[in-house]
Design a protein around this ligand. Sequence first.
Ligand code: NCD
Length: 349
Amino acid sequence: MSLLGRHILSIDQFDRQELESLLEIAKTLEPVAKRKMRCDVLRGAVMANLFFEASTRTRLSFHTAFARLGGSVISTVGFTFSSISKGESLGDTARVIAGYADAIVMRHPDIGSVATFAKDIHIPVINAGDGAGEHPSQALLDYYTINKEFKRLGKTIDGMHIAMVGDLKHGRTIHSLCKLLQRFDNICFHFIAPDMLRIPNNIIQMLKQSGHQVFEYGDLAEGLAGVDVVYATRMQKERFTQAGDDLTGYSENLRINCQAIEQYAEDDVIIMHPLPRDSREGVYDLSEDLDDMSQLAIFRQADNGVTMRMALFACVLGVEKTIGQYLTPNKAFVPERYSSKDADFYQID
Ligand code: NCD
């Protein structure tokens, strides 16, 4: 596989073999993400982190990933402090930043904007979310997470059953993950959403054409039965633009909580969410009453973002084969686990 110098704009650009190779590279970097080892294979390199939409995990984990490989990061957040607010085109901004940085990460509210930005420049650009479009690095870290959790349980992605719950219409993490899973065999997708926020038809067609089974449900009882993974998502209200984008049918009945998991799902189900979960009053996002369950993988999933994003940087900058030469033991303090709520099996090393 060579991702050398390539933009990462859509998960569609990866075939199964490339996904599996990337996973292997990520595994070699896990001790660095978990702070057991240090690595400075990108010493002296600069990454530009451009975020024109809200972000905590994606922005900070891309930054962390580059820093943990020894590189440094320049950044801009929001339109206000960028010259785009003075009318500069994405193309001009891109050309300027290409003169400063070795790699660029960008999030923007408009579908296709990151591709427009990347079009003429020869510095690798990674799409960190373009509106309701795609979020390829999230799909990759979700893939890494499912793979890792399944290894512990002796399961495989081929043949798995996955339930996706919430705002399936606007959720770019859902769109990218479906495109990634399409590369595997015989997956059974359970889509659970209010009528107005159903998964787009083109995704259903794509999955069926690749030989997968697709079922749609309006409630959890049937939708969660027999699944290996539950992937919950937030209502993306900021993307409700068209007539028909409303919350009709979104109720407590669609909330993934302890009771729903215990009543409808298998004991070893893995519970995922790209985060942030909306914990405000009157919102039915993934419940905090799940926080003590070891099946809740959401924070392990967020941690995996650093590992997978390190692998992406290593590949687009062509240093993935020399990582081993740049590893040294970390002598600084690292706790046994990050939080007292982490599951017993989740040791940092
Ligand atoms: C998601 C995003 O921004 O698409 N979060 C993330 O990147 N981890 C999901 C969301 O905002 O709901």
